[in-house]
Design a protein around this ligand. Structure first.
Ligand SMILES: Nc1nc2c(ncn2[C@@H]2O[C@H](COP(=O)(O)OP(=O)(O)O)[C@@H](O)[C@H]2O)c(=O)[nH]1
Ligand SMILES: [Mg+2]
Length: 393
């Protein structure tokens, strides 16, 4: 509270001064007439003493201010005029009124605080504040990258064993998580370069439209154009005319021979025809649960697969749930390599790790666009970690 004493000629003058100095919220605490001292006291008309006060903003004001004599002196300026009555009485009245005012303020503040506490308690009661541990925070971080919760938990469990998650900074923990995720990725198996058992036969399996034919063409083109290998192509995808035409076009452009087989039993003969080749790549139609005919064709073909290496082609745009059911439908396969397509059309790559952990099968290639032969990469572990962790930045 700010208290000020004015000596004025009349109330009008007092009001103007109070308004300009203390503002419109000021209140008049006391008014009295006084006489000027000295020689001129006989000529002057009595003056008016007006004591006014105003509340200062609560934030700038200490909540509990001890009443000291000096405080009073500081705010109430002593006039250079002899007072008619001793000022002590007035000062006492003023102190009393100030204390009353301050007590009121204090009361108000107390009420406000208890009201606030009640409100906070109610809010806490309504939504009990969950204390999120550092472990939970990082598990959430990993699941945010589309990594399955069970894998995320395992990663954090291992990180926690190695470093104290509560003490280390985010970068250290991030690096530790990357190292463990990298470990989970295991070995990478692309096309074997070992020529002892040539021809090396590779068969491409996977749902329709994931990019089997395009990927096969990319690998064939690279082996032929870059590595100067002798390649033979076989397609068992005669379900659609367009599918045969598609591979025929690539075979013509690349100058690589193509054999078309209409029945699984023809596979052996087709491979025999290419026995002088370094690599034989076999394209298939997607295995459909909806088409019984296609399923039995496929199952016939599968009987011949034991001797061949398999790429199970999956699109990165497929959800984990669907990927899981695709994997289930291929559970009759003993060995295969995971090949992920369409990374360019996805922004969440946690499924690479999920599928690796789910199947335990080696990763092989990624494809990152439609362009043959450019848009393919070896599934390098560093790259995978980059895809999973950094594409989200
Ligand atoms: N964006 C993108 N499209 C792809 C990729 N791989 C294949 N495709 C496209 O996906 C479609 C189906 O490919 P296709 O090879 O015929 O699939 P298949 O039915 O499994 O043989 C075609 O339009 C391809 O150009 C890729 O990595 N990224
Ligand atoms: Mg195809």
């Amino acid at each position: 509270m700010k208290v000020k004493r004015y000596i004025v000629n009349d109330m009008n003058e007092a009001m103007i001064k109070i308004k300009s100095e203390l503002g419109i919220d000021a209140v008049i605490l006391n008014t009295r007439k006084i006489k000027a001292g000295g020689f001129f006291k006989f000529f002057k008309k009595p003056l008016l003493e007006v004591v006014a006060a105003v509340d200062e903003p609560v934030v700038t004001k200490p909540i509990q201010r001890p009443k000291r004599e000096t405080d009073r002196e500081a705010v109430v300026r002593e006039p250079e005029i002899i007072a008619e009555k001793p000022l002590v009485n007035q000062a006492d009245k003023l102190t009393e009124s100030m204390q009353k005012n301050d007590n009121n303020e204090l009361q108000e503040l107390k009420l406000m605080v208890s009201d606030l506490i009640k409100k906070v308690e109610t809010i806490e009661h309504m939504s009990p504040q969950k204390t999120v541990s550092a472990e939970e925070k990082y598990i959430e971080f990993l699941t945010g990258l589309d990594i399955q919760e069970s894998i995320a938990k395992k990663i954090i469990e291992i990180v926690q064993r190695q470093i104290n998650i509560h003490e280390k900074n985010h970068d250290t923990i991030l690096n530790a998580m990357k190292v463990i995720a990298r470990e989970y990725l295991g070995e990478i198996k692309t096309i074997d370069t070992d020529m002892l058992n040539k021809p090396n036969v590779y068969i491409f399996l996977g749902p329709t439209g994931v990019g089997k034919t395009t990927t096969l063409a990319k690998i064939a083109a690279r082996l032929s154009l870059i590595d100067n290998k002798k390649i033979g192509l076989i397609t068992a995808d005669t379900y659609r005319i367009a599918a045969v035409e598609q591979l025929k076009t690539y075979s013509e452009i690349l100058g690589i021979p193509l054999e078309v087989i209409y029945e699984a039993s023809e596979l052996h003969d087709a491979i025999e025809k290419f026995k002088d080749k370094d690599y034989i790549l076999i394209d298939t139609a997607g295995r459909s649960h909806k088409s019984k005919e296609l399923k039995s064709d496929y199952d016939d073909l599968v009987k011949y697969l034991d001797d061949y290496k398999i790429f199970l082609v999956m699109s990165m745009t497929t959800s984990f749930k669907d990927m899981k059911s695709i994997i289930d439908s291929y559970n009759f396969l003993k060995e295969y390599r995971l090949l992920f397509t369409k990374l360019d059309e996805s922004s969440n790559f946690g499924n690479i790790l999920n599928l690796k952990v789910l199947t335990g099968k080696p990763l092989s290639y990624f494809t990152i666009g439609q362009s043959v032969p450019d848009d393919i990469e070896v599934a390098d572990k560093e790259r995978i970690i980059q895809y999973i962790f950094d594409q989200h930045k």
